[in-house]
Every structure is written in C-alpha cells, then in structure tokens.
Design a protein around this ligand. Structure first.
Ligand code: F6P
Length: 323
C-alpha cells in the first residue's frame, strides 16, 4: 500500500492530534504517502485532501482538538455521499483510510469497507462507549477535567454546607459521571443506564445531613433522566427538609478540550501506529483497540452492533464508599 489518508470524525476529544501525528509518521516510516482529510466525511465527499509530511504534524502532540477539523455528516449516511467519497479516494489514488472517531464514524467506516475501501478505525470519544476497547482516546483527559472540577466545587460545597449537582457529558453513557464521581468521592452518581428515583436522592441527602456531613456532591451524566434541572427544581422545592441549599454546575464542553493527558497521548500514539500497521499488512474493516494492555483488532461489523455496558462493579463500589 503506497498511499493512505486519515480523517477525524464526530465529536472531538483530547488525543486526536497525537493520533494523527502517529498515523502520519508511521505511514512515512513504511514509505507511504499520507494525506489528511479535512472535516471528516464532509471533506471526503468534497475531496478536501492535504498531503502531510513529518513537519505537518510537528508540535501538535500536546494540543487538544483536531488540526484536520471534524464534523458529523448526514450526507455521508446516503449511498450518493458514500459513492462520491469513494470516487474522491480513487481519483487521488488513495488505497487505505484511517478513521478516528466514535460509533457513528465507525458505521460510516464499515459502509466504506463493504463498498471495497480498505479502512481501519481508531476509537476516540470522551464518552468511552465503544466496545472492544477498554479506553477510547480522550476519555482519560475528560475524566481528569471533570475530576478537577469536582474537587474544586467540593471546596465551596463544604465551606458553605451546600449540595451540588455536577453534570458531566455523556448523552447515552454514564462512564464519565461514574468514574469521575467515584474518583471524586461523590455522595450520589446518576447515570442513564440506571434508574434512580428522586425520592431516593432526597432520602440520601437527608440521611447525609443527619449523619453530620458538611456537603453533598451529586455527579450526574447529561443523559440521566429526568435530568439535572428537574432534579435541582425538585430539591429546591424541598430545601427546608433537606438541610443543604442546592447549586448546579454543568461542566459541558470544557470536558472535550484541553491538552491530552499522558495516558491519552500514549494511547493515541499506539493506536495510530497500529492502525497503519494493520493497513500495511492488508487488514480492513477492523478497529484497533486497547484490551488489557495489548493493542488488538476487532471487526468493525462487531463493534457497531454492540453497546459497551457500564462496569457495574464501579457503581457498586461507589455506593459502598459514599458513606
Ligand atoms: O459523544 C461525545 C459527546 O461529548 C456527548 O457526551 C455529548 O452529548 C455530545 O458529544 C455532544 O456533541 P455535539 O454537541 O458536538 O454534537
């Protein structure tokens, strides 16, 4: 294989840049020409390719975001969009494609594979909701960002004797809320995967107040229902019985940005190099992931069919420790 391209797709996460850097430099090491595609599948449809050399990816290892840009493309979900993308790959003589992204990006990659394009996926999302990899690129940095916020808010919560609801990202996945909540010593963790009744939260708050706690930290994923604002209203209505006044902090997009952690840089670097090695050895329709401490490949067709379930042992542990 002489010519490959790399694109980043879907929601960005810290570590996309070091991943692109590894793809480019590993490709150059194999004697390949490496191209970057701007703005994910949109750029593929529009033929926005840029040849990259070792210097093009210099100085980006510690930068958040993705210098190639990223996007979510509705057009690429159509047969016409996919045919246009394949045409552009052919016109530019590109024989292999690396796709960095999450679930939606992998559906696109699998569609290309089924149409004969050689493609390898790399999991990158702060939600860490991709199966067949213990960690996705960006999740560790996002966790540390959320944890830093929890620690800081706890200072105010205990100084003022307040309850805080801290909302993390994760529209369908409770991973960030669960792990940041556990590591941050939260009193309650609310995730979309587990139903928690408002009454249970009220009872826990009352119990903590009675036991003499001077703060109460609730970490809630954005996808938990009925949602952070509904919970806040409910708690405010019952403030007299609770003891703690309630405040809300929505962490939002700060979790998606920032310099990637050492873990994410290393993961991104290993996965980027492994994806190019997979293309080099003729593999296609696979995702490279971290299982245990080994880089392993899994068929994309398997990856896109499954949801990654939350590790309930962490949830149980958090419940034991929230005394
Ligand atoms: O998929 C990652 C994620 O951060 C989700 O947790 C969040 O709901 C979503 O992206 C928001 O993405 P955007 O606003 O960029 O579409």
């Amino acid at each position: 294989m002489k010519r490959i391209a790399v694109l980043s797709s879907g929601g960005d996460s810290p570590g996309f840049n070091p991943c692109i850097r590894a793809v480019v430099r590993q490709g150059l090491d194999y004697g390949m020409d490496v191209f970057g595609v701007e703005r994910g599948y949109i750029g593929l449809i529009q033929g926005r390719f840029r040849q990259l050399n070792a210097r093009s990816v210099g100085g980006i290892i510690g930068r958040g975001g993705t210098f190639l840009g990223t996007a979510r493309s509705e057009e690429f979900k159509t047969a016409l969009g996919q045919r246009e993308a394949i045409r552009n790959l052919n016109v530019n003589g590109i024989e292999g494609l690396v796709v960095i992204g999450g679930d939606g990006s992998f559906r696109g990659a699998q569609a290309l594979h089924e149409r004969g394009v050689k493609v390898v996926g790399i999991p990158g999302t702060i939600d860490n909701d991709i199966p067949y990899t213990d960690m996705s690129i960006g999740a560790d940095t996002a966790l540390n960002t959320a944890l830093d916020a929890i620690d800081k808010i706890k200072d105010t919560a205990s100084s003022h004797r307040r309850a805080f609801i801290i909302e993390t990202m994760g529209h369908e996945s409770g991973y960030l809320a669960l792990i940041a909540g556990l590591a941050g010593g939260a009193e309650i963790i609310l995730v979309p995967e587990i139903e928690t009744k408002l009454e249970t939260i009220v009872a826990d708050l009352q119990d903590s107040y009675t036991r003499g706690k001077n703060h109460f930290i609730i970490v809630a994923a954005e996808g938990w229902k009925p949602g952070t604002q509904a919970l806040a209203s409910h708690l405010r209505e019952r403030q007299e019985e609770l003891g703690f006044p309630v405040r809300v902090t929505v962490l939002g997009y700060v979790q998606r940005g920032g310099s990637p952690s050492a873990f994410d840089r290393l993961l991104a670097t290993r996965l980027g190099a492994a994806a190019v090695a997979a293309l080099h050895s003729g593999e296609s329709g696979v995702m490279v992931g971290l299982i245990g401490n080994k880089i392993q490949t899994t068929l994309l067709s398997k990856v896109v069919k499954q949801n990654k379930s939350l590790d309930m042992s962490f949830y149980e542990l958090a419940k034991v420790l929230e005394k």
